[in-house]
Design a protein around this ligand. Sequence first.
Ligand code: SAM
Length: 311
Amino acid sequence: MKDSFGREITYLRVSVTQRCNLNCVYCGKSDCAKKETELSPDTIEKLVRAFAKCGINKIRITGGEPLVRSDICEIAGRIRTVEGVETLALTTNGVYLAQYARELKSAGLDSVNISLDSTDGSTYRHLTGADVLKKVLEGIDAAERAGISPVKINTVLMKGVNSDGADDLVNLAKDRRIDVRFIELMPFSDNGEDSSLIVTGDEILREFPFLKPVESEESTAKYYSAEGFKGRVGLISPITHKFCSSCNRIRLLSDGRVKPCLGYETAYDILQFIDDENKLLEEVKNIILKKPAGHSFGNENAGHGLNRTGG
Ligand code: SAM
């Protein structure tokens, strides 16, 4: 269905947990990462069913870190069987991906985005607080082997922190059939508030002038490639090139609230309607209609934040 600004809302991000096994420097911290508040696979399926009836056809499982849930494959399988869901994607830090990739593929997972901010072991450890780069790289290999496609890498570059590793990440797109997407740092944490750390999409293009634009199916990322590249480089620039006017997504948080825009704290509880299908549908429609025109980054009074309730 269309929101009140005429945008067709087709994409739901489902956060299945606030918990995370990493501690990334730029990530908004949640103060209530409790397992007890997580939705059961059955509840997630019921809620997704209601969203699908309102026109959602793409679901992305996210978190926190979704793969810390031992029932993640059941969750994926249940979402995939919901009528109207055409694409099931996952965003993960990749640490546990090697152990789950095949089962997730069997459960119906189509594609995966893996967060990787550096291919250098000590920089990775500094950024995430964990010495697990090898496991993430194994996770990327396992996803490809399992036939999950596409496999994309998400990277947040920060000046003077990991920006000197951009070459190695771009080379991943050169050597492998993998899209490497650079996301501009958003203001979700103390580090995120420091805009001098942001590496903009335009700066990346200046650093890699051989990258030329290519056709893209996505509204959020602009894609580039070059002679001899097997994959593409994507630029996601929510700060310098707002894409709110084509934003087609809403978010189900891990505690059952729905957030129409990442840029605002506002979220609506729909769990209270779980046993009344008509009411649930009505509420989902109301929330879609409340989606604001654009995010609030840059407006310090707006109260924004991506915390672990729902990346
Ligand atoms: N744990 C999973 C992961 O690491 O991919 C899923 C949740 S994580 C919050 C989802 C994505 O948000 C990651 O790709 C991460 O890099 C990105 N992200 C987190 N904080 C960010 C920030 N301040 N600015 C830009 N992207 C951010």
